[in-house]
Design a protein around this ligand. Structure first.
Ligand code: HEM
Length: 530
């Protein structure tokens, strides 16, 4: 018998059976070894995290609520050590303040690689809560409510450009506008204005500048899919020598650094920077002066980069939902138009809402819908809440680690170290809290209930996350959403080209496409007439 034959026989006799035993053992430990054996869920999910990876890859994350319905359980096992909980009460526990449940390794995939090929944790991605507290403090005020008033003119300037571009490029009966893309370009340019005092030029050029929309999209997909088995990130990205050779700095960070360099060319120090509102970058540079022991140059770059990476795709999703609902449910739009008309008529009235009316009445009428006006539109505010409920931007659980001592949720004990999280899509379809018709977009649900109930519904929304790690950009996003949609519909009559084109592709984010519309300029008189 040749040596080759002998080796083959040994392989068949010992190695293959041993491998089989190991594989079976591995799956048995996954299934029964983590104290989660009694929790319902897809069988394969209890064996391997690759189930969740496939689930995300095949666009099913945003439909997790269907799984909860299928297994008739708010608590589902979606991995050997991972549990999804669909209950508003669980939101308060998992994303509460005492104790703070730590973020899990999926967030490593949201850290960027710097020019030395090192992984740099940022405000959103760090798993170390003490570090997070340190990083958050110097910039908390920049994202605060009081800063919003200063940012409003910057949002207005981008809105004006958006309207101009729509008029020039699309406001013709036969022309189709791929509005899903344009809304994202709008959101990107707003973030550019707020962060660098400069629109990046998406709207003016009508192009995906430096392919940033493409790259942020791929980045979110990477997190959503590879993040399910985060160790893969080491091989695909962190320790990948070819990637490091070809592209040492990640595309998004590279783009941010370019914007920072251009910003610096137009100013010399934080204090003498730009006339007009102080942008985020200026505020981050001020934070470096005030907190030199915490904020270094690299951190300034990271702060700016987190705005770029986290602030546009998300906002565009909410804008798309609102437009889509308004063009497919005209009765809703009519009510909003009624409120817009009332806001504009109030500008004409003596002693109107604006304490400092423009002496030129036409200019006053032409100025974009203000934050104050948007907040007074009660029905439109309900439309926003309903959009945040109906189509949250993130399409997966926001995973956290169960701390020492474990936790009891939905009648199941979860041992320490279990990964647990809520998917906003599932929590927001809780029929007890939001009503039996949760699968419908119906703003009225927010107005029909008692103020107490409405508050409970609102505080259970997970669209912006919750607790210590909730979204710092929420106020900015609300400023954009509150102002932009009334402004857009005030200027244009919008018609959906083909309802069949609407599509949701979900990984980390649930991104819509197919919002192709035709636009007609809406005469102001039609809004002013009661
Ligand atoms: C509608 C728009 C937005 C939505 C739906 C949204 C959603 C979220 C969510 C769900 C989280 C928590 C993620 C988690 O727990 O895993 C988050 C965190 C974060 N968001 Fe947003 N976001 C939006 C807009 C923005 C904007 C405009 C900015 C920046 C200007 C921003 C910056 C951040 C940052 C820095 C964090 C990390 C916060 C921390 O961990 O302390 N977001 N966002």
């Amino acid at each position: 018998m040749s040596l080759l034959q002998q080796t083959g026989d040994v392989f068949k006799a010992y190695f293959l059976p041993a491998l089989l035993v190991l594989v079976v053992l591995h799956f048995a430990i996954n299934r029964y070894g983590y104290g989660l054996g009694k929790i319902p869920g897809p069988f394969v999910a209890s064996l391997t995290d690759f189930w969740r990876m496939f689930h995300a890859y095949t666009n099913k994350g945003h439909q997790d609520y269907l799984l909860h319905r299928k297994y008739n359980s708010p608590v589902l096992r979606v991995g050997p050590k991972t549990v999804a909980v669909a209950s508003p009460d669980a939101v308060r526990v998992i994303y509460g303040w005492k104790p703070v449940y730590r973020k899990t390794q999926i967030y490593t995939t949201q850290s960027q690689l710097n020019s030395n090929g090192q992984l740099v944790e940022n405000l959103a991605s760090t798993m170390d809560e003490e570090k997070h507290t340190r990083l958050a403090k110097p910039v908390a005020a920049a994202y605060g409510m009081s800063t919003l008033v200063e940012f409003e003119p910057l949002v207005d300037s981008t809105s004006r450009t958006f309207v101009e571009q729509m008029e020039q490029r699309f406001a013709r009966p036969t022309k189709e506008c791929p509005l899903d893309r344009w809304l994202q370009m709008y959101a990107f340019d707003v973030i550019g204005e707020l962060t660098f005092s400069k629109r990046i030029g998406f709207l003016e050029t009508g192009q995906d500048v430096d392919q940033m929309m493409y790259h942020t999209g791929r980045f979110m997909e990477y997190t959503g899919v590879v993040g399910q088995v985060p160790n893969l990130d080491w091989y695909f990205r962190i320790k990948n020598p070819i990637l490091h050779m070809l592209r040492p700095t990640s595309n998004i960070l590279g783009f941010t650094l370019k914007q920072i360099r251009e910003h610096q060319k137009s100013s010399h120090s934080p204090s003498d920077s730009h006339s007009g509102p102080r942008d985020f970058l200026t505020r981050f540079l001020e934070a470096r002066e005030k907190y030199p022991d915490i904020v270094d140059e690299g951190l300034v770059h990271d702060y700016a980069n987190t705005n770029v990476a986290g602030g546009s795709d998300t906002t565009a999703i909410i804008l798309r939902t609102l437009v889509h609902q308004f063009v497919t449910q005209r009765s809703i739009l009519d009510k909003v138009l009624g409120e817009i008309g009332a806001a504009l008529r109030a500008r004409q009235a003596p002693g109107d809402a604006d304490p400092d009316p423009d002496p030129d009445a036409d200019a006053d009428m032409d100025r974009p819908i203000t934050w104050a006006e948007g907040l007074k539109m009660t029905y439109y505010q309900a439309c926003i809440k309903e959009a945040l409920r109906f189509h949250p931007a993130t399409a997966q659980i926001l995973p956290r680690l169960v701390p020492a001592g474990g936790v009891e949720l939905g009648g199941h004990y979860l041992p320490p170290g279990t990964v647990v999280g809520c998917n906003a899509w599932s929590v927001h379809r809780d029929p007890v809290l939001y009503g039996q018709d949760v699968d419908r977009y119906r703003p009225e649900r927010w107005l029909e209930v008692s103020p107490d109930q409405a508050r409970k519904m609102e505080t259970s929304l997970l669209t912006f996350g919750a607790g210590k790690r909730a979204c710092v950009g929420k106020n900015i996003a609300m400023l954009e959403i509150t102002k932009f949609i009334p402004e857009f519909f005030r200027r244009f009559d919008v018609e959906l080209v083909d309802p069949e084109r609407w599509k949701i592709t979900s990984t980390w984010l649930a991104v819509q496409s197919g919002l192709d519309v035709r636009l007609k300029v809406r005469p102001l008189e039609s809004l002013l007439a009661e």
